[in-house]
Design a protein around this ligand. Sequence first.
Ligand SMILES: Nc1ncnc2c1ncn2[C@@H]1O[C@H](COP(=O)(O)OP(=O)(O)OP(=O)(O)O)[C@@H](O)[C@H]1O
Ligand SMILES: [Mg+2]
Length: 249
Amino acid sequence: MLQLENVTVRFGGLTAVNDVSLSVGSGDVVGLVGANGAGKTTLFNAVSGLVRPTGGRIVFDGRDVLRAPMYQRARMGIGRTFQIPQPMHELTVRQNLMVAQRFGTGAIDERRIDEILDFTGLAPKAGRDAATGLALTELKALEVAKALATNPSLLLLDEVLAGLETTAKRHFMNMLKQLHQQFKLGILIIEHDIETISKLCQRVAVLNFGQLIAEGEPADVFSNPAVVKSYTGADIGGDAEPTGGARHA
Ligand SMILES: Nc1ncnc2c1ncn2[C@@H]1O[C@H](COP(=O)(O)OP(=O)(O)OP(=O)(O)O)[C@@H](O)[C@H]1O
Ligand SMILES: [Mg+2]
């Protein structure tokens, strides 16, 4: 479904994503982790078309999408959320979904919007001003709802679970599991919490200073000394490569 081949993103002298190759198969749930500033969001931006990589290839459903603008990538099936919720000001929750739907599909389907409002628990808030009338959990739900409104086959989720309290987090995780199991969406999810990633994902990829330093099943990856060191700065022994003093989340 999604193949990244040697993707590099530079901002001036800073290499935010460095030669990353990674694939997400149809219906896979893959975690993307790494310390603050590791390049996770930048990688999402490269896939969704918000930043142009300096090098490499991004292939989605067999097509090279590197030159495709954001809306075309959305229409091909790449949906995303933003780390900092970005509702459109002076529009209601429902109107926000309509804008996202038109962006991602080129048309409006009110029935589908009702389904998404129900699915994300936002139906009672549909008429609220999205920028001023929502609590954090609802803003996060709106991010997911907007991404779903673009009708994706691959969902890129940027820390949608961060900052949620336990009950809300459980609710979100059930929602994501349903998206995967019932609706067969592929999911690439950025998340700092190791337990959450281990519960949700079949595979996890670790970025450290822009480089992919490990990839595999969560249990294996999170017991890899190089990964632990990149997360915590602590050396737990083994044959860890020096990874530099990565900052903890
Ligand atoms: N538009 C930009 N211009 C210049 N530098 C940028 C830009 N976007 C990101 N960066 C830099 O690229 C690096 C990677 O940032 P990015 O936001 O991708 O990290 P992240 O892994 O998502 O971190 P976090 O966990 O804090 O969200 C950082 O050093 C950041 O300051
Ligand atoms: Mg980020």
